[in-house]
Ligand binder design. Structure first.
Ligand SMILES: [Zn+2]
Ligand SMILES: [Zn+2]
Length: 187
């Protein structure tokens, strides 16, 4: 299959790579129909990380379930799904507390995993034709089958929930005036 492969700072190529396969009964393989380029990808692309050549980028992924592992109970071939950027197990202490970005099982020795990202575990990215999704019942959000909202739904992989979460942490809400009292600034 074709995938976006990191070569060196400021160089990525679209290369032929192995198509992912089900490795665990809880995996699904998704045929990617939309994937986004994230500002976080630029940290790798511009050489600010320890990313090794060969990483397939892409953690904002949406597509159609193509293969289903024997242990998956809530997904069927043909389901349209979007995946959060972070890979999580759903059953560890941090996941059950809702802190799935700090999952303790998907990236041993580290808290948290993600697709296609340096130091975030062995999960190949989705800027590719196919993507392996581990713990698929937990990591796939099933969408309505029609494709007309594709460009909206792909925002659910990262940018919309990340921005929403940031606003919650910063206590930003509609109509609230800016805290700054600097001259020339207004709400
Ligand atoms: Zn992202
Ligand atoms: Zn977990």
């Amino acid at each position: 299959m074709k995938a976006v492969v990191y070569r060196e700072p400021f160089e990525v190529t679209v290369d032929e790579v192995d198509r992912p396969a089900v490795q665990h009964p809880n995996d699904v393989i998704v045929r990617v129909t939309s994937t986004a380029i994230c500002g976080s990808d630029l940290h790798m692309y511009e050489g600010r990380t320890a990313a090794e050549p060969g990483i397939v980028f892409g953690h904002e992924n949406l597509g159609i379930v193509d293969e289903v592992g024997d242990g998956v109970v809530g997904l069927n071939r043909g389901d349209r799904v979007v995946m959060p950027f972070n890979v999580a197990c759903g059953f560890c202490t941090n996941c059950t507390a809702g802190n799935t970005a700090f999952c303790l099982t998907v990236n041993p020795g580290f808290a948290g995993g993600a697709y296609g990202y340096v130091a975030m575990g062995p999960y190949t990215g989705g800027q590719a034709e196919y993507l392996r999704v581990p713990f698929a019942d937990f990591n796939c959000l099933v969408l309505p089958p029609d494709s007309s909202k594709e460009a909206d739904y792909v925002l659910l992989a990262d940018i919309f929930p990340t921005g929403y979460h940031g606003c919650e942490l910063a206590q930003v809400s509609p109509g609230r005036p800016a805290r700054s009292t600097a001259p020339g600034r207004s709400a």
